[in-house]
Design a protein around this ligand. Structure first.
Ligand code: SF4
Length: 59
């Protein structure tokens, strides 16, 4: 059991920032490739601009 975070605390701000950023990316249809541990299971590695495949989808 953990204590509730303060309404004006840094934890609440972090919880607000994440969904707000996600909403902005979705509304602007911006989906940047962000490399990380999750790449090891990704099926798009062969066409990923962040993993060295380059701009294979850009004409
Ligand atoms: S390989 Fe590219 S598209 Fe796949 S998870 Fe990693 S950054 Fe995202």
């Amino acid at each position: 059991m953990q204590e509730a975070h303060a309404d004006d605390g840094p934890e609440r701000e972090q919880l607000r920032v994440g969904p707000a950023r996600a909403a902005t990316l979705i509304r602007t249809e911006t989906f940047p490739a962000v490399p990380g541990q999750h790449c090891r299971d990704c099926t798009f590695v062969s066409i990923c601009p962040a993993k060295g495949a380059g701009s294979v989808t850009v004409q």
